[in-house]
Design a protein around this ligand. Structure first.
Ligand SMILES: Cc1cc2nc3c(=O)[nH]c(=O)nc-3n(C[C@H](O)[C@H](O)[C@H](O)COP(=O)(O)OP(=O)(O)OC[C@H]3O[C@@H](n4cnc5c(N)ncnc54)[C@H](O)[C@@H]3O)c2cc1C
Length: 400
């Protein structure tokens, strides 16, 4: 029987990697998590991740299992209604508004929204509580050598560890995925997203609002009050050159532009954070696994930020991997376990990547007749109550 240093090495200490380490650590596996960068865990620090994550209902159970939810619940803003606004007419005004209310399908909100910098803060604290989980920031995955029986991982500090399973949570350019020779299919839209926080005079009442015109959605997601005022996180997607222009505007001009794009909903918005820019792509790996390697999160799939699918799909990866690992711990990381993981996840991941791709393309439309058609489509879906409910369940991940 080979000697293992840890059961699992998690490559990547982003939100996904830290969650994976907390999940498998809480399940009793010994875990080492490595990342070349130390996580930025303060809102206003240079380099902090000002995106937020809307955790949908099914993700909460896994966060509870991982000992994370009790830390996060206090800071979470519930999402009760998803409001879709079409402002695709000749002038930037709302012309069709449809509310999807969680109350139509469940007693709980759709999900809960949390800032990414705070997630990192609480996740690192949780790992410190777990005696069998170790987080080593400042140390990168460097090389991989696998056999049927285990994986030897070289780290950037010159050390090597022998593990049963490597979980690749090291992002869209995943070094572990590349070392395993797993190809990806990438779609580029020429589009970027601005992510930032605002305050506004009109309360959001736990409504998440997605405004469609052209170039991509402008989405306001509820946050807890900030400095005594109602606050929302905004993701504003546009063509790359337009995002560069908006990011370079001085603050009053930027506020004027965002107030035009928000159609005045929630009253005048005031910028309450830095502006950060994120490239938008779709990507899917050909396989969810290599020898002794499981891909999760953006290492396996990337989607545009629409409908809060990205990290929620990642948590589904982890839940599936955990279920398989717990049902037969002796098989951790072996071929059969990883093929089962691939079989359970890849088809669903591919369907969600294709679905979000379609929504994004619809939201980007420039031509007026097609924008009119888009508004008619939204009205038609909404007017059929059973279709509306199925769409909501699909969005939540409550239906495969
Ligand atoms: C604007 C925006 C808004 C979003 N909103 C939502 C939302 O509301 N809900 C949702 O579910 N999803 C959302 N997403 C998606 C979500 O943010 C991502 O899925 C998630 O942040 C990706 O996390 P990750 O840990 O996979 O990747 P990353 O955050 O890229 O983390 C990868 C980590 O790997 C590390 N790494 C790199 N090289 C190495 C190496 N050699 N060794 C070890 N580690 C390495 C990096 O340093 C990094 O820390 C959004 C995305 C965007 C762009």
């Amino acid at each position: 029987m080979p000697e293992f240093d840890y059961d699992i090495l998690v490559s990547g200490g982003g939100v996904a990697g830290l969650t994976a380490a907390a999940v498998f650590g809480s399940a009793g596996f010994s875990v080492l998590c490595v990342d070349p960068a130390a996580p930025v865990t303060e809102r206003d620090a240079e380099g902090s991740d000002l995106r937020t994550t809307a955790f949908l209902q099914p993700s909460r159970d896994l966060l509870e299992f991982a000992g994370l939810w009790s830390r996060l619940a206090l800071h979470a803003a519930p999402l009760q209604v998803m409001r879709i606004v079409d402002a695709g007419g000749p002038s930037p005004e709302p012309r069709l508004t449809k509310d999807f209310n969680a109350g139509d399908i469940t007693d709980l909100p759709f999900g809960w929204n949390l800032p990414n910098w705070l997630l990192r803060h609480e996740m690192v604290a949780r790992l410190l509580e777990l005696p069998n989980a170790e987080f080593r920031p400042g140390t990168a995955f460097a090389s991989l050598f696998t056999r049927e029986t285990g994986a030897r991982v070289g780290l950037s500090d010159g050390s090597r560890v022998h593990v049963q399973l490597v979980i690749a949570a090291d992002g869209r350019n995943s070094p572990v995925r590349r070392a395993s020779g797993i190809p990806v299919k990438t779609t580029r839209y020429g589009q970027k997203a601005l992510a930032f926080a605002v305050t506004h005079p009109v309360p959001h009442n736990n409504v998440s609002t997605e405004i469609h015109r052209s170039g991509g959605p402008f989405t306001l997601v509820p946050l807890p009050d900030y400095q005594g005022l109602p606050s929302s996180a905004i993701v504003w997607m546009e063509r790359g050159p337009e995002v560069a222009r908006l990011a370079g505007l001085d603050e009053p001009d930027f506020e004027a532009a965002m107030n035009e794009r928000s159609c005045g909903l929630f009253g005048p918005l005031t910028l309450a954070s830095r502006r950060t820019v994120w490239p938008i792509i779709s990507q899917i790996a050909d396989r969810m696994h290599g020898e002794r390697v499981a891909l999760v999160a953006e290492a396996a799939h990337v989607v545009p930020p629409i409908g809060a699918q990205g990290l929620n799909m990642s948590l589904s990866d982890m839940r599936t991997l955990l279920d398989i690992a717990q049902s037969n711990p002796d098989q951790l990381g072996d071929r059969q376990m990883l093929e089962t993981y691939h079989k359970h996840r890849h088809t669903e991941v591919a369907a969600r990547v294709a679905g979000v791709d379609l929504l994004n393309r619809a939201s980007m439309i420039e031509s007026q007749p097609l924008r009119d058609l888009r508004a008619m489509g939204l009205g038609a879906i909404y007017s059929l109550a059973p279709v509306r409910k199925v769409m909501m369940q699909l969005g939540l991940g409550a239906r495969g």
